[in-house]
Design a protein around this ligand. Sequence first.
Ligand code: SF4
Length: 245
Amino acid sequence: MPIDLTSKRMLSDRLNAQIDKALQAENALETPRDYLGGSQIGADCERALQYDFFNTPKDEGREFSGQILRIFERGYWVEDAVIPWLRLAGVEIHTEDENGNQFGFSEYGGKFAGHYDGIITAGPAEFGPFPRLWENKGLKQEAWRPLVKNKLKKEKPIYYAQCQIYMEGAKLTENPALFSAVNMNTMEIYWESVPYSQPDTERLYAKAVRILQASHHGELLPRMSQDPTFYKCKWCDWNKRCFAK
Ligand code: SF4
């Protein structure tokens, strides 16, 4: 009897469609963030950050797909996996405060905020100095390899900015943050010490203030490019809205 590949494919399509629909419905019920996120402040376009801050609806067809939502979830799984691995290396890491809340910072009346993956308070001297902030990402191989080669500031400026803002927020500026990136294809782990930079942090805070003030006054900040086909604009979830007028 011939194998019916078509029906196998249809099973995947049908089942995935159900899962994706449920994930998207669940995501739609989540309370939208009402602050400018420290995890995104390093993004290039201040106008896009405003759209994000206001939870502006994305262009049609740019909503998160079920697959993207699963990729986001994978980021949490890998974070949960790295914590016990760090402990196996003798590192003392904390992910919640005494009230069971995730560590975080909140500035400007709660309009600029973020949550840290963890704070390392002790461990073997070679993994110090302590205390230090810990931030983790899971990356596909195509992103992980250039990061290892070029380092965080050059290759992933958004994550670098996040580390700077979080070190400042956590008052952990004396010691470099520990950044880890897990290669999601091979499960190799890259570690980097990220020293605090006051000039970079001041620049990022000034950017946050600029975005919040403009948003408060109902002003739209300039576009990062006047060309809607510029590659970063092509990826932008608000491309059509941004260039509509
Ligand atoms: S389309 Fe380009 S200029 Fe407009 S918000 Fe997006 S990134 Fe910024």
